[in-house]
Every structure is written in C-alpha cells, then in structure tokens.
Write a new protein. Structure first.
Length: 139
C-alpha cells in the first residue's frame, strides 16, 4: 500500500513541477520586457508588410497591363472554382438525380467478380496474341 502512496506522491510532485514551469513561462511572457519585445516584433512585421505592399503598388503602377492580365487570370480562376462548387452543390441537392460516382459501383462491368476478366481483356489489348497467364506471372 505504501508503494501506491509513493507513486501517487511522485505523480503529484511531477504535476506540480510542470505547473510551476508553465506558470513561469506565462509570467515571463506577461513581464513588461516580454510584452515590449512582442510589440517590437509586431511593429517590425507591419513595417516589412507595408514596404512589400508599397513595392507591389509601384510595380503595378509601372506595369499596369501585365498587372491587369494577372488580375484577370486570378479572377477567372476564382470564378471557375466558385461555379464548379455551385454546380456540385446543385447536383447534390437535386432529388432524383444520380450522382456519377454513386452510379459507378452499380455498372455491371465494375462488379468485383469481373475484375480478372477485365484484366485479361486489358492484357490482351496491350499484348495481342500473348498468353494472359504468362503475362500475369511476369507482372
């Protein structure tokens, strides 16, 4: 029984140690120097982003036609993606419409029992006049 108590006491001590470490980390983050360091990092990041944005705007002003073409291409890609999503939603929400990938398993040629027959047909197409058994062995 004392072994169980010793194990429990050890677990409690381990948990206390981890909790002390966590609290120490939190205190160091909330300390004034830690907060000013975080604010400095944010300020530097915002300065870099502003500079990058300014360079981008300067490039667009210097080369408006390529920028317009890139923007149109990106707009077309977004439009295409959104229309595909809308079409997919419309198909799934329409009652009575069979969905293409729901139907594939019901096709007789996709039945699992026909797998070897279809493989033999494909082998005959790929290697006309060969013995399907010998071709299957060499795979």
């Amino acid at each position: 029984m004392s072994k169980l108590a010793d194990e429990l006491e050890h677990e409690v001590e381990t948990t206390r140690t981890k909790l002390d470490q966590t609290l120490g980390n939190l205190q160091s983050r909330l300390h004034a120097s830690g907060l000013t360091g975080s604010v400095d990092d944010l300020r530097e990041t915002s300065i870099r982003l502003t500079e990058s944005g300014q360079r981008l705007l300067d490039s667009v002003r210097a080369n408006p036609v390529p920028a317009l073409l890139v923007g149109a291409g990106l707009g077309f890609l977004v439009y295409d993606a959104l229309t595909r999503v809308a079409d997919r939603r419309r198909l799934y929400s329409t009652p009575g419409v069979a969905h293409p990938h729901d139907r594939d398993g019901e096709l007789p040629e996709n039945h699992p029992d026909r797998l070897h027959e279809r493989l033999d047909d494909a082998l005959e197409e790929s290697f006309p006049g060969s013995d399907p058994v010998s071709v299957r062995i060499t795979k």
